[in-house]
Design a protein around this ligand. Structure first.
Ligand code: ARG
Length: 409
């Protein structure tokens, strides 16, 4: 008999796991993280829903059950650093699920410490990225804690899970068909499996929950202004949203209404398999576009060139479960040197599925209209360019002359 902490969502799989681990003789503490899944768009009812998850765990015989409100921590310690890195895996996926796993790992470790549990358990299968992220997250924080992955030890088919639930008094939500596997938090919603497994098949409208279907999108464009201050963001004309988590929820709703943030990707999992994943991430799409636009205005060309490479590595580390890698911390430090100039405003137009930056300004703008203009007031020294090109082109000049020279006999 040992005590263990189980990452518990309240769904069928983790409920079956909870019962099974108790039946094995363990004292199981169910840990549920509130990462804003329920209030990512709507806002209401999330707390009551999570309290029902907690009560369900206790009713199933958990030794104890805790719900941890980690929304602010998720945004400040995971989402904001990822935004500073414009983090998009394979160029498009804002890493919503990937960023949440190291936090869930940290919450598992902290709960294990609080309850004196030497073991933590999760409900990930052996096929995905999440097992890697949670387990590396736990090892990176406390290598003395053992991790169990019961669904990897013995995969659980859906009919088996339902049969086990019926036999053991686990209530099942009365949704007959559950066509997709869904994971959601404030930063985005991922949808996989079912009919999406055929990459030739288009994504059915019913896969989406946060973004309006083409026919339901307003004909009129919507314009919002995002204000950044040393990298921190808010919506300029909605000052009631001072809390970043609320701003993200607000943006999900506002941009989602225009169908912004749909992503359809055949992506490369850590374990080597390609899989078709669909995401909805309206707020992330808008914020990353705006953040990039502000960087283009305020960072030097060298910083931008280097940052594009660093940002890609950052996304890979987050995706690959290496959030606790010292390289990630080092890249955070680099991003922080850029973020000190990330102050300004960005106008974003939301319309028919796209979020387009239509204006940007900053007190740190390196853009100088007097140098850029083709009109009156041009301050650029045109004559200086001639000498520059002479020197700059010397290597090409030499190559061309050598190539044109007669071969040595
Ligand atoms: N493919 C995404 C990732 O690895 C999403 C995984 C979400 N998990 C899920 N059970 N649907 O980050």
């Amino acid at each position: 008999m040992s005590r263990m902490v189980l990452a518990y969502s309240g769904g069928l799989d983790t409920s079956v796991l909870l019962k099974r681990l108790i039946a094995e003789g363990h004292e199981v503490v169910a840990m549920t993280a509130n990462l804003g899944e329920s209030d990512a768009v709507a806002g209401a009812g999330a707390e009551a829903e999570l309290e029902r998850v907690r009560e369900k765990a206790l009713a199933l015989g958990a030794y104890d059950a805790v719900v941890i409100d980690a929304r602010t921590r998720f945004v400040t310690q995971y989402v904001q650093p990822a935004l500073a890195a414009n983090a998009l895996y394979e160029g498009v996926y804002p890493l919503s699920a990937a960023l949440s796993r190291p936090l869930i790992a940290a919450l598992l470790v902290e709960t294990a410490h609080a309850y004196g549990a030497p073991v933590v358990a999760h409900g990930c299968t052996g096929k995905g990225n999440d097992q890697v992220r949670i387990e590396l997250g736990v090892r990176g924080l406390d290598p003395a804690i053992a991790v169990r992955a019961p669904l990897r030890e013995a995969p659980l088919s859906r009919p088996d899970a339902i049969a086990y639930a019926h036999a053991h008094g686990i209530p099942i939500a009365h949704t007959t068909a559950k066509p997709y596997s869904i994971d959601a938090n404030l930063w985005g919603r991922s949808i996989e499996a079912g009919v999406l497994e055929d990459p030739w098949a288009g994504v059915p409208e019913d896969a989406y929950a946060w973004t309006a279907a083409p026919a339901a999108r307003p004909a009129q464009a919507d314009e919002i202004v995002l204000a950044f201050e040393a990298g921190a963001f808010r919506v300029a004309h909605a000052d009631q949203h001072d809390v970043p988590a609320q701003t993200i929820a607000w943006l999900n709703a506002r941009a989602g209404a225009h169908g912004v943030g749909r992503i359809d990707l055949v992506e490369d999992r850590v374990i080597g398999v390609k899989s078709r994943e669909v995401y909805e991430a309206p707020a992330a799409t808008v914020l990353i576009a705006a953040h990039k636009a502000l960087e283009r205005l305020t960072l030097t060309r060298d910083e931008l060139r280097f940052k594009a490479l660093a940002d890609q590595r950052y996304a890979e580390l987050a995706y690959d479960g290496l959030w606790l890698s010292p390289l990630r911390t080092a890249l955070d430090a680099f991003n922080a040197t850029c973020a000190s100039r990330m102050t300004g405003e960005v106008r974003v137009r939301l319309h028919q599925g796209s979020a387009v930056v239509v204006g940007v300004r900053s007190p740190f703008a390196l853009y100088d209209e007097a140098l850029a203009t083709y009109g009156a007031g041009d301050a650029f020294d045109h004559a200086a360019a001639g000498g520059f090109i002479t020197c700059y082109g010397l290597p090409l000049d030499r190559v061309a002359r050598v190539n044109a020279a007669p071969a040595l006999v």
